[in-house]
Design a protein around this ligand. Structure first.
Ligand code: KG4
Ligand code: ZN
Length: 337
């Protein structure tokens, strides 16, 4: 039987990415053009620059994805594209490119929710993983615990009430003088530090709550650094990084275990940029093995933004015939439904 090849396109933030995935699982290509160096000097993503860079790169990135897959447009079954949430100008570049391609080639168009994409990264290069499972989504914009009851059936069990985990990483990294994006920098620096050196707060928001709050922790780190500066006390940045990271990880791990217990589910998946964090991966492995939970962690390259995850999510809509018309629009705060 012929394979169903989905062309995925992702431009919701600062990665221009295109990918071809066969039958929702087999990654034939995954081309990612990162704009990090262009945004680094501003300390974060500048939306206007992101949109302009996507426009410059999208054509080459999509062509490269088809070339690397060794396929022509005539071998593609559908075009899947992120249409929210994200930066509106950035989303519009990928969306309009996908619409034009689908129209010109007579292919169906599938609109994908960015977080549904992150969740679907667990299916990539993995023939066995399937719902139901709990997904811990930890990215730059989202921290959520989601009960994935089926490929297209999501129940949000908990979410961040303020900063996302990745946002807290990036802000703390900035205060430590580390370049954007800070998550991976803290990950590295923390490996040289003592995780129990500083007792930063673990905000649990009451017994039984699956919501998160990281802004208090971020402020505690800033206060610690400011007080040390005022007192002209020397601070070990590695200890600060390790202790901050330990506080984040303890809360994420505890709540992920609680979510599995509440939902009566013994499969946990992790997704989003912070899922690339080495200490979080290790802590979850330990907690899951203690609690008899099967853990799935995507390869780091599938954790940060990429189009393979969008193609994987789009596949499940495509086979159910859920296609979008050319009226599909970019929705910066699209809800997961
Ligand atoms: O999922 P993603 O690529 O983009 C969004 O959808 O937001 O996540 C980006 C976030 C950034 O905050 C970045 O600092 C964080 O993921 N991140 C990490 C690591 N790699 C990326 N955080 C902690 N440890 C890492 N190794
Ligand atoms: Zn993302």
């Amino acid at each position: 039987m012929n394979k169903i090849n989905i062309l995925g396109i992702e431009t919701s933030c600062d990665e221009t990415s295109a990918s071809v995935v066969a039958d929702g699982r087999e990654v034939l290509s995954n081309v990612i053009h990162s704009q990090i160096m262009e945004h680094r000097k501003y300390g974060g993503v500048v939306p206007e620059i992101a949109s302009r860079r996507h426009i410059v790169k999208i054509d080459d990135v999509v062509s490269a994805a088809l070339d690397e897959a060794g396929l022509a447009l005539s071998d593609i079954s559908a075009v899947a594209v992120t249409h929210g949430p994200g930066l509106v100008g950035a989303l519009l570049v990928g969306l309009n490119f996908a619409k034009a391609m689908a129209y010109a080639a007579g292919l169906p168009l599938v609109g994908v929710h960015h977080i549904a994409g992150h969740i679907a990264s667990n299916y990539l290069d993995n023939a066995a993983w399937q719902p139901p499972f709990i997904a811990l989504v930890v990215s730059g914009g989202h921290t959520q615990l989601i009960h994935v009851r089926d490929y297209d059936d999501f129940v949000i069990m908990g979410k961040s009430l303020d900063d996302a985990a990745g946002e807290a990483y990036d802000k703390v990294a900035r205060c430590l003088g580390l370049p954007y994006p800070g998550g991976v920098q803290i990950d590295r620096l923390a490996q040289e530090g003592n995780a129990s050196a500083i007792d930063f707060p673990r905000v649990l928001l009451g017994a039984g709550s699956l919501d998160f709050s990281f802004s208090g922790l971020k402020s505690a780190v800033l206060n610690y650094l400011n007080s040390a500066k005022m007192a002209e006390r020397e601070v070990s940045h590695a200890d600060v990084a390790a202790s901050f990271q330990q506080a984040v990880i303890e809360v994420l791990t505890k709540k992920a275990m609680m979510a599995c217990e509440i939902a009566g589910c013994n499969q946990l998946a992790i997704a989003g940029g912070v899922a690339a964090n080495s200490a979080l991966r290790a802590a979850l492995e330990q907690a899951c093995s203690k609690n008899n939970i099967t853990l799935n962690i995507p390869k780091p390259i599938y954790c940060t933004d990429n189009a393979a995850m969008i193609a994987a999510a789009g596949y499940y809509d495509h086979i159910k015939g859920r296609h979008a018309g050319l009226v599909l629009n970019a929705v910066p705060s699209l809800a997961l439904s």
